[in-house]
Write a protein that binds this ligand. Structure first.
Ligand SMILES: Cc1cc2nc3c(=O)[nH]c(=O)nc-3n(C[C@H](O)[C@H](O)[C@H](O)COP(=O)(O)O)c2cc1C
Length: 445
């Protein structure tokens, strides 16, 4: 489903908020969108950019992904795992909506690029999926925040040793790149995944839902045909200051020297919709965290009967996970926790619960911590582990992987023997019988 088709569905579902009043993309629009975090918001009048609309929040709730993929929110992990295991070649079309209007040379000042917060390094493109070709590994798609540093120049934040970074390091001079903005939700999800090198993320997208691609006009890269905007350009070897900018943890990331992209051409749909993703808020969080759930699931599956995994928004959708298992033996909780760390190297704290705990309800997870845990027995502490650079409390050293302590909590019902708990009934949550309130009070009729 294209992003436009999703907006129509969101309208029918009552999810979409449309702001018709004129809003300035310089420091105003992000504040309005942040106040409506968790909802898709369409800004139909953008000050200084007639003909453009801006959308935020399309990916800010699991229900939106579920709707666009035609599954239940709890099934998303399994849909992602299936697509990851069985990628499909995406069809290449010759006519594409994203190439309807062509500007050559492109001028970035014609795009409603947001300045989000006063202390940011400048205006940032945040929902850009960058497509590049590695000389050995082939096509790669990945998100990169992009600071506008000139009318035709962007500074790209490239995390070291990931797909784009290694293609750029190998390039002898400029590396052709294209940036797609306004990508369908399943394309956004696929672009946030880290498959093994050589697997193009858009083939995972195609396994989730149709993802036609089109060849760019000025380079040999394939981009999502249904995207709203495509920037064609070159990732140069020239560096400039990038940052500060808010990251996933809602704290400000520091300034680094990063490579400049020269933009050669901009193409877009008629009446384009520019997708802006608010840094650190729910859309950013879900896109980062959700693709790691299948990796944790696969790792835990090696050691326990895992039922589901949730990377929680309270843990910046990166540092915390809740793992649900059907316990078969006394040590399953501890083994599941250790496997979860192997499934997601940036994980810092993990809680393992039984099947009767809803892992999407933080109150239920806390209830399991309150009623099933004895710290001396159930808390495991791992000191000085390789960790996420996003954690401001981690020990950071330039040029080296961050280090952090990690903690696992086994919040499953403790077993007294190999066969189970002596008094399982002590640990069960009592439920009152369900009643029809309408039979008792007319307010509920
Ligand atoms: C919203 C969002 C923003 C991201 N921003 C960046 C970024 O600025 N730089 C970066 O290197 N990775 C960023 N990432 C992570 C990459 O998209 C992700 O790690 C990708 O899967 C890397 O895969 P690759 O190794 O195949 O390139 C971002 C992810 C999301 C979801």
């Amino acid at each position: 489903m294209t992003m436009r088709a999703f907006l129509e569905v969101a309208q029918k579902q009552g999810w979409l908020t449309t702001i018709r009043q004129e809003v300035d993309p310089y420091l105003e629009l992000a504040a309005v969108a942040a106040a409506l975090d968790g909802r898709p918001v369409l800004f139909s009048q953008v000050r200084g950019y007639p003909g453009w609309r801006v959308v935020t929040g399309v990916a800010s709730d699991r229900r939106y992904f579920a709707k666009s993929l035609g599954c239940a929110p709890q099934q998303l992990l399994f849909e992602l795992a299936r697509a990851f295991a069985e990628p499909q070649p995406a069809p290449v079309v010759t006519q594409a909506p994203c190439q309807h209007v062509v500007h050559q040379p492109g001028d970035l000042t014609a795009l409603p690029i947001l300045k989000h917060l006063p202390d940011d390094g400048g205006r940032y493109i945040t929902a850009g999926v960058l497509i590049s070709r590695d000389a050995e590994r082939g096509l790669n798609a990945s998100f990169h925040r992009l600071l506008q540093v000139g009318p035709r120049q962007l500074a790209a934040r490239l995390v070291e040793n990931r797909g784009t970074h290694s293609a750029w390091r190998k390039a002898d001079g400029d590396l052709p790149v294209s940036i797609a903005i306004g990508v369908p939700l399943h394309g956004l999800l696929a672009a946030s995944m880290s498959p093994e090198p050589g697997l193009f993320e858009m083939t995972i997208a195609q396994a989730l839902a149709p993802m036609p691609l089109v060849r760019c006009l000025g380079n040999d890269l394939l981009v999502p045909a249904q995207a709203e905007v495509i920037l064609e350009g070159r990732l140069t070897q020239q560096l400039t200051a990038e940052g500060p900018f808010v990251d996933l943890t809602e704290t400000s990331d520091r300034v680094r020297q990063q490579p400049i992209i020269e933009i050669d051409r901009i193409t877009h749909r008629a009446h384009p919709i520019y997708h802006a993703l608010l840094p650190g808020l729910l859309e950013h969080k879900l896109l980062m965290g959700m693709p790691k759930e299948p990796s944790i699931f696969a790792a835990v599956q090696q050691v326990a009967d895992v039922k589901n995994v949730h990377i929680t928004p309270g843990g910046a959708s990166w540092l915390h996970a809740v793992v649900q298992i059907a316990k078969q033996g006394p040590d399953d909780g501890q083994r599941a926790a250790m496997a979860a760390f192997a499934g997601h190297g940036s994980l810092k704290h993990v809680v393992v619960v039984d099947e009767d705990v809803d892992i999407f309800d933080p109150h239920q997870v806390e209830w399991a911590l309150a009623t099933r845990v004895q710290a001396g027995r159930d808390v495991m502490l791992l000191r000085d582990q390789p960790a996420s650079s996003l954690d401001p409390s981690a020990r950071q050293q330039a040029g080296q992987k961050s280090r952090s302590d990690k903690m696992a909590v086994d919040a499953t019902i403790p077993w007294d023997s190999a066969s189970g708990p002596a008094h399982p009934q002590h640990f069960q949550r009592v439920a009152f019988p369900q009643v029809r309130l309408s039979e008792y009070d007319e307010r509920f009729r």
